[in-house]
Design a protein around this ligand. Sequence first.
Ligand code: 13P
Ligand code: 13P
Ligand code: MG
Ligand code: MG
Length: 372
Amino acid sequence: MAITLSVIKADVGGLVGHTNMHPDLLGEAHQFLSAAKERGEIIDFDLLAVGDDIDLLITHDRGENNAEIHKLAWDCFVACAEVADTLGLYGVGQDLREKTFAGNVTGLGPGSAEIEMEDRPSEVVLVFCADKTSAGCWNLPLFKMFGDPFNTPGLVIDPKMNYGYSYEVFDLVQDRVADLTLPGELYDLLALIGSVEKYGIRRIRRNIDNAVAVCTSASKVYQVAGKAIGKDDPVMIVRAQSGFPSVGELTEPFAHPHMVAGWMRGSHWGPLMPVKFEDAGMNRFDGPPKVICAGYQITKGKFIGPVDMFDDPAFDGARREAIEIADYLRKMGPFEPHRLSQSDMEYTSQPKVLEKLKDRFRPATSPVEVKS
Ligand code: 13P
Ligand code: 13P
Ligand code: MG
Ligand code: MG
């Protein structure tokens, strides 16, 4: 039987600003999904949290983009938002952009990543969840995992991986996709995905049989009241082993913290710090951007795990390096390149400030200038 893993996430309210998750929200989500499991609507579920985001992990047999599963997740977030409201948490219902559900959570505010998986004797899956960053934060690690033989020796020595992988590149602004096949189109792929604010990666498929290896929550950026919705705080599902990269080939790209867009007010570059579940609070300058990784075996649709993959001193070096980069960048305050470039600031509240200043400009050759 094919099993679908759906990871659907939203921020429905933060505990002290945008920094952490209130346990009662997870309690509510647990109760809500337990009831759905008892009714036989889903096979199993698990919950993760990073910063102010809740991640619902659901297994079922209804395929991808299923309206009932998406409605279940939506209703679960609405119930959690009610709890957040009672507690007076910050930004209640932040990612519930529309007031009513309309068929699929995509475009309504929550993010989703889903893979329907054919039966494997042992299904190994990693779920990555990040806060204070955007879809393009996965571009560099996904390139390394599935495209770089210096990271992933399986590309060289595993006969199923040796034909390479194809990337579905998502144009985050214009809502369109392009497929590029590695290794042949390696340079073209990099030409696109090096622009992390413009392009994300939606899926990766194995060339030998088209099996889906990766799905991320990349979706079009919707701008609502000066805030970008739909690019925030991404998740991804990555399958491992037996013709996919090994677990270690998938965690290795996070051994060095690369720079991602997001952090304070969604307006700053910062290092993506791999952390264990209990360190996933955003307590310094609303960050720094952090990523957690949960490893599961999925057996007949049941979650066996998780293993907290970054709970390992082997990632202490990455954490130290991230703090050094954060210290360096913070000294720049509101100056680029700590602050995002002017074009990327369009998705923040900064244009309102610039609007106020637009009448202050006069031609550089105006009389006042000439006289003085
Ligand atoms: P598999 O081919 O069984 O996935 O093994 C590869 C591996 O895990 C080596 O580290
Ligand atoms: P979130 O997108 O995680 O809610 O954070 C918003 C923010 O402005 C942090 O400073
Ligand atoms: Mg928030
Ligand atoms: Mg968030």
